[in-house]
Design a protein around this ligand. Structure first.
Ligand code: GRG
Length: 317
């Protein structure tokens, strides 16, 4: 498929969501994101580090995070191309977290995105350093490689990324997750883990995209509600897929939560109630976009975020 045949514009017809061709939109966005990711790592040295960074960054994946960032920028009335370096940065942070999560000292996994995990190929030390280099490159993408974006907006984006990558986000969620292995965990703690480990980065995708697009405070509030809903729903679906899907389809080891004796939504609530909970969160998330439907900059541009919310719950991997 050519980029022209599947451009985001050709995927949308006016503001009518029924006429929005999500499949074409997703394919076009993914293609653009893949190209930007490929461009983001130049001919740097040492070659061994570059290879390890590229191995995981270009290993495929749904690219949901960068696509959310671009869609939120557009919804806020901005040019999504201006948000591309930040979209790449978010995928770098995500990839770093996967590399570190798979290490023997953490989840100790052999398979990710359908291939051997980074440390299985390059060794633990290089995997740790490749993750570190991706994390720091993410900040470089925003602060030094985002032409055309006003610096006050970039500063806010840097702030969001530093919060999400650190103790108030991924690291904090991961620590509590590790501490809870093999223990009885209540729903409140489970929600804490997922809002930090998974939800925080998804929220940062939406908020940074909207910041670059020039969203005002009221719009950012609506988008925070949207992002919280899809973030939690995403993780509930992840827990469900861990017990219902195969490793082949997932591209990572299925049944891992059971093996590690982790508390999950299906374990606490059962499969059916978990599915229902995810559905409710997605309905609420979509409802929070109502403010964009008829007024303001970006009105009529909510179709991608509405469809992405449905994608979160309908995904099979
Ligand atoms: C070192 C700063 C620093 C942070 C790392 C390891 C860690 C702290 C956090 C773990 C975060 C983590 C791996 C959460 C799981 C999130 C999740 C459900 C990932 C799967 O995302 P998908 O399905 O994957 O979007 P693809 O491959 O499609 O991108």
């Amino acid at each position: 498929m050519t980029a022209a045949a599947t451009s985001p514009e050709s995927a949308r017809s006016g503001s009518d969501q029924k006429a929005f061709d999500f499949k074409a939109y997703l394919a076009a966005q993914k293609q653009m994101v893949e190209a930007a990711l490929d461009d983001s790592l130049g001919p740097e040295k040492p070659e061994s580090l570059r290879e390890a960074m590229r191995y995981s960054l270009l290993a495929g994946g749904k690219r949901l995070r960068p696509i959310l960032c671009l869609a939120a920028c557009e919804l806020a009335g901005g040019d999504p191309q201006l948000a591309m370096p930040t979209a790449v940065a978010l995928e770098m942070i995500h990839t770093m977290s996967l590399i570190h999560d798979d290490l023997p000292a953490m989840d100790n996994d052999d398979l990710r995105r359908g291939r051997p995990t980074n440390h299985k190929v390059y060794g633990d030390a290089v995997a740790i350093l490749a993750g570190d280099a991706l994390l720091t490159r993410a900040f470089e993408m925003v602060s030094l490689r985002s032409p055309g974006v006003p610096s006050d907006r970039l500063l806010k984006v840097v702030g969001e990324l530093s919060l999400v990558a650190g103790a108030p986000g991924l690291v904090g969620g991961q620590v509590v997750d590790l501490e809870c292995e093999g223990k009885q965990v209540d729903l409140e703690t489970l929600e804490y883990i997922h809002l930090h480990k998974t939800g925080a980065l998804l929220k940062a995708c939406v908020i940074t995209g909207a910041l670059i697009g020039g969203a005002d405070d009221a719009q950012l509030d609506c988008l925070r509600t949207y992002a919280r809903g899809i973030g939690l729903a995403f993780q509930i679906v992840d827990d469900i897929l861990d017990v219902t899907a195969s490793s082949d389809v997932l591209g990572k080891t299925a049944g891992k939560d059971l093996i590690a004796d982790k508390t999950t939504y299906p374990k606490l609530l059962g499969l059916e109630e978990s599915r229902q909970g995810a559905k409710t969160l997605i309905q609420e998330a979509k409802g929070s976009l109502a403010a964009f439907t008829h007024s303001g900059a970006g009105a009529g541009q909510e179709a991608p975020l509405l469809a992405l919310a449905d994608y979160v719950i309908g995904r099979d991997r």
